[in-house]
Design a binder for this molecule. Structure first.
Ligand SMILES: Nc1ncnc2c1ncn2[C@@H]1O[C@H](COP(=O)(O)OP(=O)(O)O)[C@@H](O)[C@H]1O
Ligand SMILES: [Mg+2]
Length: 268
């Protein structure tokens, strides 16, 4: 954990785009906030980020709107908010204009994240790429939520090479959590076989529900905060529970021991 930072940073990363990172990141932020945590959601897909669209926050100040002269410890005053009923969380959307992405570098972003100390959780949405920004944020992350889909062969190839790269780069195997999205989509590829290819069990599986996911995105409301009672919503909320110890996962299920992992982090 970075010096001076007490927040848990969860980065949602994948090696293929369009597989649900933003959907999962917005729901993680919403679910953690619903459970009473102070949460900040940051969109680091700096050119084509969708967080503002998925939350219908098109007027919120973006990460590029923070004047560079503002010291990192004062950035909290520049962050907008998403609110639904009595649940709210802070949001730093990606810039609205692609060229603004060039005004941001990883040192500034990491310094900002390290100073967001009023939040229990910082959720970072990313672009599917090993770039300097993503690597820097993965370095300081408590957990890398490595999102996977197993519904087409190139995606499996990418997730295997991406997972191997993450481990090659020296990240703790307990920090990298492969999560299978759209786990029960109509496909001939068995998730068990993907686990064999990956050499690791999925930490969690999220079911496939195109209608449920797209309706919530169209409404601008994370599925977790809607009145729907669907399996997808339960799967997402269970993932939140794994990160708050509301729901425990045993070592044998591939979780890598969330309880002992957090004990280790807090005791540092
Ligand atoms: N579990 C799911 N079931 C069905 N559709 C999903 C699921 N998760 C995400 N989607 C859909 O996949 C599409 C891409 O999701 P998105 O979060 O934008 O991907 P990424 O951020 O990885 O590019 C969206 O249309 C979303 O509705
Ligand atoms: Mg996205």
């Amino acid at each position: 954990m970075a010096e001076g930072r007490s927040s848990i940073v969860i980065t949602v990363f994948s090696t293929t785009s369009g597989i649900g990172k933003t959907f999962v990141a917005t729901n993680l932020a919403a679910g953690l906030a619903k459970d009473g945590n102070a949460v900040c959601l940051i969109d680091l897909d700096l050119q084509y980020g969708d967080v503002a669209n998925y939350l219908k926050l098109q007027d919120a100040p973006t990460i590029a709107d923070i004047p560079p002269t503002v010291p990192p410890h004062k950035v909290q005053n520049y962050i907008g908010e998403y609110r639904h009923g009595n649940v709210s969380f802070a949001v730093l959307p990606a810039p609205y204009r692609v060229e603004q992405s060039y005004t941001l570098d990883e040192r500034r972003i990491i310094s900002i994240i390290n100073h967001l100390d009023k939040f229990n959780f910082i959720i970072v949405d990313t672009k599917a790429e090993f770039n300097d920004m993503n690597m820097a944020v993965m370095d300081i992350s408590t957990i890398i939520n490595f999102l996977c889909v197993a519904d087409f062969v190139p995606a499996i190839k990418n997730l295997k090479s991406g997972y191997e790269a993450i481990l090659r780069f020296g990240y703790d195997v307990n920090k990298v959590r492969p999560v299978l999205n759209r786990s029960d989509s109509q496909t001939l590829i068995d998730p068990d076989d993907v686990e064999v290819v990956l050499g690791k069990k999925f930490y969690h599986k999220i079911s496939n529900d195109f209608k449920g996911a797209s309706n919530s995105i169209r409404a601008g409301c994370p599925l977790i905060l809607t009145d729907t009672n669907s399996r997808l919503k339960r799967d997402l909320y269970d993932l939140v529970g794994l990160y708050t110890n509301r729901k425990r996962k045993s070592e044998s299920s591939g979780g890598g021991g969330i309880v002992s992992f957090f004990k280790k982090i807090w005791s540092r």
